[in-house]
Ligand binder design. Structure first.
Ligand code: FES
Length: 169
């Protein structure tokens, strides 16, 4: 099915699973007004959908009584929101100063070579999307990368190989 950020006519409406619906209720109860829950609700939807499609934007806008333009603005501002379909796993290589001084370029090039993709691309089997990140606040253990929600620190090429082996197995 074709999906677009703007929401194509052929995109099915988005709905949370019953379990995530409970989480959404808990999130909304933590904020004085529901509009303030835009970012956490988008995260919850992305967790389920893999990316923020047009249908997700419409769902969040309707649920929080915001305009779709407002929600889309939030999505395009924060780089952690995926604006296109992505792989099952997300690999973020930090390229900011501490990591750069300790070899992040070599880590990144090795990832590109091993995965057969450039930054921003997803492997053909849909398993891994490779990205770069600005400082992830783990400078003391540079070079580092984030894989999904986990940090991998003091990277060496051997460690990177082990991590990528696990992801692409
Ligand atoms: S520079 Fe990479 S974590 Fe801070």
């Amino acid at each position: 099915m074709k999906t677009t950020l703007q929401g194509g006519h052929d995109e099915a409406p988005f709905a949370l699973t019953p379990e995530r619906e409970k989480e959404a209720h808990a999130i909304l109860s933590r904020y004085p007004n529901k509009q303030a829950a835009c970012i956490p609700l988008l995260h919850l939807c992305q967790e389920q959908n893999g990316w923020v499609s047009g249908a997700v934007i419409k769902y969040v806008a309707d649920r929080l009584e915001l305009t779709t333009a407002h929600v889309q603005g939030v999505v395009t501002f924060y780089t952690l929101f995926n604006q296109h379909p992505v792989g099952k796993h997300q690999v973020w290589v930090c390229r900011t100063l501490s990591c750069a001084l300790r070899g992040s370029d070599a880590v990144l090039h090795h990832c590109e070579k091993r995965l057969g993709v450039h930054v921003g691309e997803t492997t053909k089997d849909g398993k891994v999307t490779l990205r770069t990140a600005e400082c992830l606040a783990s400078c003391g253990t540079a070079p580092m990368m984030q894989v999904d929600k986990d940090f991998h620190e003091n990277l060496t090429i051997e460690k990177v190989d082990e991590i990528l082996d696990r992801l692409t197995r």
